[in-house]
Design a protein around this ligand. Structure first.
Ligand code: AHR
Length: 498
């Protein structure tokens, strides 16, 4: 059996917002300390940032970088992370039962983001704090000069305002695990009042209200509806978070994780539009999928209790080629909804469920999941074309009958180049694929790369950092207005046409 679809520039989903290729840096484990920041490392710059890691982040191609949490932010005092480093307090981090030294804070984060050509995305503490603290941070960060807080920033050495435009109104406030967890009514009111006040300083800030921590939350959809009823005119985005893992050896269901991600997106869009209709509003709320990834949470929950260490090794999942194929499929899901998903953040960036790993004092290397993200970011820019696959299916315990082919395509209108991203979910068999593209001006296959391995457990490690890398695809040909190829079993494919 084979799979097929048709590409036609007349049928498009929408433009890809570069913010779709965002990531996330939380004060968690070794993401900040010995991840991006390690003064004394041979590759550290004058600010203590690891230049080997900065180079990998640039290669990964991340846009927005969300910070400083995550669960961490719901107990964080931003003031602890500004001013002379030697005067900064050590604090308990309740979210990860760690000790936070605050050697890295706002100024260091902005310096880091600029060095990787990223855009800041700042999360506010709406767990233990509220409107006043959010306003103070906004004034300290963004007001040019002439007020106590703006002048304090200047006194701390940052003459120019940081210009943070994108703000998250809290993190996972629907989750009982969140410090300062709230009901939807409580959070909706707090988010609305914070947003209203922030817009009094700057009407052009872009604000993200907290949606659900995942689609299985008991309050899912009611939470979004209640929060948006309060905040609809005041916010621009609502957040979604989702993590996937292989459970009980059910790899077939794991490979279909994007089915959940796509239905989550579509359900949140429906909920946003329902509230918009109820409010008779012309405005559309967009989606900020600001935490997504593969994360073996069951391993984390089985681990030893945490004991207030500094930068402990936490959530350091080592990803297999199977995980990378799923990450590729999740990227396809985001691209397929680029009309409404305008921000997305791979959680996280370094060491903590991350595409980049480091050793303290040692090297940095790429996990398997680095490759699909870097390729999607490099080539997934432009206009997403509609892809309706006609594909053989397979039966999964988690999601019922699922197409073996998962795909999307992006047209770069400035050059006419087209990139197809495709996953074959079949663990054991190759999948022949035919793409009809008569209406597109492409004449040749520039490149077909494949991420796949005979060993589904193959991984990159400290001692073998290049065990899994993309390899060229074979027998991929463009003739008579059709692209024909065969996708390797359980593979992530990038086919570039010009
Ligand atoms: O990314 C790890 C954690 O996952 C984040 O701190 C939290 O927001 C989510 O539950």
């Amino acid at each position: 059996a084979s799979a097929r679809f048709t590409l036609d520039p007349a049928f498009a989903v929408g433009e890809v917002n570069p913010r779709l290729f965002g990531s996330f840096v939380e004060h968690l484990g070794r993401c900040v300390y010995t991840g991006i920041h390690e003064p004394g490392h041979p590759a550290a710059d004058e600010a203590g940032l690891r230049t080997d890691v900065l180079a990998l982040i640039r290669e990964l191609g991340v846009s927005v970088i969300r910070y400083p949490g995550g669960n961490f932010v719901s107990g964080y005092k931003w003031e602890d992370g500004v001013g002379p480093v030697e005067e900064r307090p050590r604090r308990l981090d309740l979210a990860w039962r760690s000790t936070e030294t605050n050697r890295f804070g706002l100024s260091e984060y902005i310096d880091f983001v600029r060095k990787v050509d990223g855009e800041p995305m700042m999360a506010l503490n709406l767990g233990t704090r509220g409107v006043a603290d959010a306003l103070e941070l906004q004034e300290y960060a963004n007001h040019p000069s002439g007020t106590a807080l703006a002048d304090l920033r200047i006194g701390h050495g940052d003459k120019d305002p940081h210009g943070i435009r994108l703000w998250c109104l809290g993190n996972e406030m629907d989750g009982p695990w969140q410090t300062g967890h709230k009901t939807a009514e409580e959070y909706g009111r707090l988010a609305a009042e914070t947003a209203r006040a922030m817009r009094q300083i700057d009407p052009d800030v872009e604000l993200v209200a907290c949606g659900s921590s995942n689609q299985s939350m008991p309050t899912f959809a009611t939470w979004e509806a209640t929060v948006l009823q309060e905040t609809y005119d005041l916010v621009d985005h609502i957040s979604l978070h989702a993590y996937y893992e292989e459970r009980d050896g059910d790899r077939d269901s794991f490979l279909a994780s994007a089915v959940d991600m796509e239905s989550f997106i579509e359900n949140v869009v429906a909920t946003c539009d329902h509230i918009g209709a109820r409010l008779k509003s012309k405005k559309k709320i967009n989606l900020s999928f600001d935490e997504w990834n593969v994360w073996y949470q069951t391993h984390y929950h089985r681990a030893e209790p945490l004991n207030w260490e500094e930068a402990p090794r936490l959530l350091e999942d080592n990803y297999s080629v199977t995980d990378a194929v799923v990450v590729g499929s999740l990227l396809i899901a985001l691209l397929r909804h680029a009309d409404r998903v305008t921000v997305a953040c791979l959680a996280q960036l370094v060491n903590v469920i991350a595409p980049i790993m480091t050793e303290p004092g040692g090297p940095a290397w790429r996990q398997t999941t680095f490759y699909p993200f870097a390729q999607a970011s490099a080539h997934g820019r432009g206009r997403v074309l509609q892809v309706n696959v006609d594909s053989p299916t397979y039966e999964t315990a988690g999601y019922g009958e699922v197409p073996l082919l998962h795909a999307t395509a992006v047209l770069d209108e400035s050059t006419g180049a087209v990139t197809v991203f495709a996953v074959n979910r079949d663990q054991h068999r190759p999948l022949p694929l035919e793409i009809a593209l008569h209406a597109l001006p492409v004449t040749r296959v520039v490149e077909h790369t494949v991420l796949a391995d005979a060993d589904p457990e193959a991984r990159n490690t400290l001692t073998d950092p290049e065990r899994v890398t993309p390899h060229p695809g074979e027998d991929t040909a463009l003739a008579d207005g059709a692209l024909r190829t065969t996708l390797e079993p359980m593979s992530w494919n990038v086919i570039r046409l010009a």
